[in-house]
Design a protein around this ligand. Structure first.
Ligand SMILES: [Zn+2]
Length: 515
């Protein structure tokens, strides 16, 4: 059976989703989880695009040992140099070079003739080969490129040393049949094609990213590029979990193998959703909340008698836990640490100690601490307080049906100042947010506000997600607390802290970002 490689680009293409910006800590956690999922290649970022991306790619390359780590690069030496600096500590450094090959892109974006594009591509591959053992070359907007030209440039970059050729459907335009034909065309018209592996990269603008990727596999591709939960530019990329499970369940048809550990799918999906703030729709294939829920009486009856009557994927296959472990007031530090490890999180001794304190506090108020509660606490401990400028000291909110809601907030800022403000609003959350805005002394536009409970029950934790715009930075934040107002305040402060960090990094970025 052919082996299909999974190239995960959650941290590069996925991170390009509107409103998603992950910090170093969060990217590292996702990379570790992708390693557990056993993807073959992790695209960790675009090193030349910003200092933040550079640092993240470097750290991921140095941390991940059992996957190849790659970074994106334009066909210019300064990008390749930056990528090598970031990736050289990796277990198997690999460069992802690209240049546009469609007439639209060559004329309007690159302002280069087709001959100049070939020259630049060849020159970049040759230069990259001085450093990188593996160079992957991508023809940006390949699907709207002229096939003879595509075949010509592919032959040239293979001669120059590329070992993987990626054919991206950058704008999400192709249909499965046409996409398959492009792969066949290249295999029939590029003389040295057997020297390389072919890769698919699809976008979901027409809802065909997954099916196009599968069509590519049927027509000779041995690598697929995808993201967890299908996040990415515009309508997103092909969803890794959907391709992976389709190949597994229909192995009889596709006749291919992968090295993925499918049981890590659900956990990876949850982690990416929580850290990016991008919700997984309940009806989403494989990872949606309802993906395994049988609602119709006839279906329920059938499944109870024999699961396979209506269930083609078992929840256990993708790691949906059948029973959630419960910790309580009397659980000790040891039990907590074991559970945290079983849930797949890596915490330092100090983080475990902090978590234990939070856990005990919660256990005093809430009888059963479920895995979901624990994950919420881990997030608070591990990610939400990372690099924070503003810290919440206290809030007080007054609300009554016959009075004007009023909030008082005390914050500490990164310079050690204590800030205290008060304001009113039409509702208690608005009063709180008006007060916080005064504390920040910056206009903040609230784009989205979402509240959910962690699990069921009256004593459940509240989790608030917000999306905000601060100046021209769009970012998200989350907060967890037993009280909805406290969770709301934390989410807003978390978003503001991210905005502060993005703005601080931006100043340093300008030099490297433009070419
Ligand atoms: Zn893409």
């Amino acid at each position: 059976m052919r082996n299909i490689k999974f190239f995960d680009t959650t941290l590069r293409d996925g991170e390009q989703s509107a409103g998603v910006n992950l910090n170093l800590q969060e990217k590292l956690e996702i990379a570790r989880q992708l390693e557990r999922l056993r993807v073959d290649i992790i695209e960790a970022g675009f090193p030349a695009s910003s200092k933040g991306d550079f640092a993240a790619v470097k750290q991921i390359a140095e941390t991940v040992r059992t996957c190849s780590v790659t970074g994106l690069s334009r066909s210019v030496r300064s990008d390749i140099d930056a990528a090598w600096e970031a990736l050289k500590g990796g277990a198997e450094p690999r460069l992802h070079l690209f240049i546009a090959t469609s007439p639209i892109h060559m004329v309007h974006k690159l302002r280069m003739t087709p001959e100049q594009v070939i020259e630049a591509a060849v020159e970049a591959v040759k230069y990259a080969k001085r450093f990188f053992p593996i160079v992957q070359w991508s023809a940006e907007d390949a699907c709207r490129s002229e096939r003879p030209f595509l075949a010509k440039i592919v032959a040239e970059v293979i001669k120059a040393g590329a070992s993987v050729i990626n054919i991206p459907d950058t704008v999400g335009y192709i249909t499965p049949k046409e996409y398959g034909e492009i792969f066949l065309y290249l295999q029939n018209n590029v003389p040295n094609i057997e020297k390389v592996s072919l890769s698919a990269h699809c976008h979901d603008d027409l809802g065909m990213a997954v099916v196009n990727s599968l069509a590519a596999i049927e027509h000779g591709a041995t690598q697929v590029e995808c993201t967890i939960n299908g996040i990415g530019e515009r309508a997103g990329n092909a969803a890794l979990e959907e391709i992976a499970v389709a190949l597994h369940i229909r192995k009889d048809y596709y006749q291919v193998e992968t090295r993925l550990n499918l049981q890590e799918i659900k956990r990876t999906s949850n982690l990416v959703s929580k850290l990016t703030g991008v919700v997984v729709p309940p009806n989403k294939a494989v990872v949606g909340k309802n993906a395994f829920a049988h609602e119709s009486g006839i279906h329920q009856d059938g499944v109870l008698k024999e699961k396979t009557t209506y269930e083609i994927i078992s929840p256990e296959l993708v790691g949906v836990p059948s029973n959630s472990m419960v910790l309580g007031k009397h659980s000790g530090r040891h039990a907590l640490r074991n559970r945290v490890e079983e849930l797949g999180y890596t915490l330092s001794e100090e983080e475990i100690n902090q978590l234990f304190v939070r856990f005990k506090e919660l256990a005093d108020k809430k009888k059963d601490i479920t895995d979901d509660d624990l994950v919420a606490l881990i997030f608070e401990e591990k990610f939400d307080h990372f690099n924070e400028f503003y810290q919440l000291s206290s809030i007080q909110v007054q609300y009554g049906t016959n009075q004007i809601p009023t909030a008082v907030v005390v914050l500490k800022d990164g310079k050690g100042n204590e800030i205290q403000e008060a304001a009113t609003g039409a509702g208690s959350v608005e009063a709180l947010y008006n007060t916080l805005e005064r504390c920040f002394q910056t206009a903040v536009t609230l784009l989205d506000y979402r509240i959910e409970s962690v699990g069921g029950g009256r004593d459940a934790l509240a989790q608030v997600f917000v999306k905000v715009r601060v100046n021209d930075v769009e970012t998200s934040g989350r907060g967890t607390a037993q009280d909805v107002l406290e969770a709301s305040a934390k989410a807003y402060i978390h978003a503001m802290n991210r905005a502060v960090m993005i703005e601080a990094m931006r100043g340093e970025n300008e030099k490297v970002a433009t070419t």
